[in-house]
Design a protein around this ligand. Sequence first.
Ligand SMILES: [Cu+2]
Length: 154
Amino acid sequence: MTCLATTTRPWFVMGILAAAPVLAVETVMAPSSAQVYFVHLKAGDEVTSPFKVMFGLSGMGVAPAGVNPIDFKQVGHHHLFINSSIKPGMSGLPIPTDDQHLHYGQGQTETMLSLKPGTHTLQLVFCDPHQRLHYPVIASEKITIQVTEKDHEN
Ligand SMILES: [Cu+2]
């Protein structure tokens, strides 16, 4: 019995050491098949503000920000980039929330968006529960749309 104890202990220690780097990983792995997309909008569309934007997702699930990724695997929430792009420095860090980077941390799958008239780009970016990009990054095509003035004749 003593012999068994001494031979199993090193494996136990190695198990802890092997698990430690996993806990330190900055990004949540995502299946390569996961994708986000605009359900109705497409490049070149002309819309009147405010307009509805519906967030499509396949291959993963939506969960509110802050859930424990160990308990909820392969989930995240939507962010919408307006006139912005994913930048290399964003990896591993929380995505900023501001006028150009909208955060849907309650697990929303659509929004009403108000934009000034003109040309705008939109891109859906899926983030992990800690606001970071997944690896590989899950983002929609960046589309350019035209926002027109509301018609006040009626
Ligand atoms: Cu977020």
